[in-house]
Design a protein around this ligand. Structure first.
Ligand SMILES: [Zn+2]
Length: 294
C-alpha cells in the first residue's frame, strides 16, 4: 500500500525516484498480480504482490501511472472523491498544507489561538487535528469548520504545490485510469471519514456518495473498498456487503481468518529496500505474533 508520490518527496509523499527503484527491485523478484488474478494467486506457491494506492492523489496520476504503464504493473487506486472536486481537500491534506506553508505566527480556530512558531507548530497541528476530529457529527462538522473558519488552502499554498501534494485526481484522469486494463478504481469513502466515528446512516452515505461518483465518472461500478485509516468494525462490514462492496482491504485485519472483506495490507513509507523486504518476507509472521505492523 502506497499513498502520495511526488517529484522530490515531502509532506508525507515518496519521491518518484525512490518509488521507481522499489518497483524495479520488486518486479525482478516477484510477480505483480491484478485484482482479477489475486484470488488464484492465493493458491500459488510463489509470493505475488498486489499493489494498491490509497486516497487518489493527483500525483498518483502524474508520477505513478507512467511508471506502472512502463513496467506493466497492475494496481488498484482507492479514491476519496472529495478532493477530486476543485478547491476541496481531504482534512489531513489540509493539515499538512497548514504545517508546511502557513506563514503567520498565530492561527485562531473555534475560540482558540494556536501558536505557529516553528517550535510549537507541530504541537499546534496535533491540537487542531484532535479538535477537528472531535467535532460531531463526523465528518460534516469538521469540514464545515475547515471551510468556514480556516484560511483557504489557495491563500497560503502556491498553486503548483497544491497539485503536486494536496489535490486529488481530476474526473478526466479517473476516466483514463478506469479505461486502462492494468488499473482498477475502488471506494475509499466520500470524505476520508473515520467510519467507526460515523452514524450507520452516515457510513452508508459515505459509501453511496463515493460509489455514485466513481460510477458516474467512469461508467464502472466499484466493488472494492479500502477502509480509510484501516478503521472499521463488523457493523461497517455488513453495510459494505449490503452496498455490494464484496472485497475490502484493511491494514491490520480485525479478523484472524483470511476473508474477502478484510484483506490485510502492508504500508510502504520508507525509501529503504531492506525495510521493504522485511515487510514482504516477515510481515505476515510478525503480525501473527501480534506485532502491529502496518
Ligand atoms: Zn486513505
Amino acid at each position: 500500500m502506497y499513498h502520495g508520490v511526488s517529484q522530490y518527496g515531502g509532506h508525507g509523499t515518496m519521491a518518484v525516484k525512490v518509488f521507481e527503484k522499489q518497483m524495479q527491485f520488486l518486479s525482478k523478484r516477484y510477480c505483480f498480480t491484478s485484482f482479477e488474478k489475486f484470488n488464484e494467486a492465493q493458491s500459488s506457491n510463489r509470493k505475488q504482490i498486489l499493489l494498491t494506492f490509497d486516497d487518489g492523489y493527483n500525483n498518483n496520476f502524474l508520477y505513478v501511472v507512467p511508471i506502472l504503464k512502463r513496467l506493466n504493473i497492475p494496481a488498484i487506486f482507492f479514491v476519496s472523491h472529495r478532493h477530486c472536486q476543485p478547491g476541496k481537500y481531504l482534512w489531513f491534506s489540509y493539515l499538512k498544507a497548514l504545517n508546511g506553508y502557513f506563514q503567520a505566527q498565530k492561527l485562531s480556530l473555534h475560540g482558540n489561538l494556536f501558536d505557529f512558531n516553528s517550535r510549537n507548530r507541530q504541537k499546534s497541528i496535533q491540537k487542531i487535528r484532535s479538535l477537528l476530529l472531535d467535532l460531531n457529527p463526523h465528518p460534516s462538522e469538521m469540514y464545515k469548520v475547515i471551510d468556514q473558519e480556516l484560511p483557504g488552502m489557495e491563500s497560503f499554498v502556491p498553486e503548483e504545490m497544491i497539485s503536486e501534494y494536496f489535490s486529488g485526481m481530476s474526473e478526466e484522469e479517473l476516466k483514463i485510469i478506469a479505461r486502462d486494463e492494468l488499473f482498477t478504481l475502488g471506494v475509499h469513502t466520500a470524505d476520508h471519514a473515520f467510519l467507526t466515528q460515523c452514524s450507520p446512516e452516515e457510513t452508508r452515505n459515505q459509501l453511496l456518495k463515493n460509489i455514485d461518483f466513481l460510477k458516474n465518472v467512469t461508467s464502472v461500478e466499484p466493488t472494492l473498498i479500502a477502509y480509510p485509516s484501516g478503521d472499521y468494525n463488523e457493523a461497517i462490514l455488513k453495510i459494505c456487503r449490503e452496498e455490494n462492496l464484496s472485497n475490502g482491504f484493511s491494514v491490520i485485519p480485525i479478523r484472524r481468518d483470511w476473508n474477502d472483506q478484510d484483506v490485510p495490507r502492508m504500508g510502504v513509507y520508507s525509501s529503504s529496500l531492506v525495510k521493504l523486504m522485511i515487510k514482504i518476507i516477515l510481515g505476515d509472521q510478525l503480525r501473527s505474533l501480534n506485532f502491529k505492523i502496518g
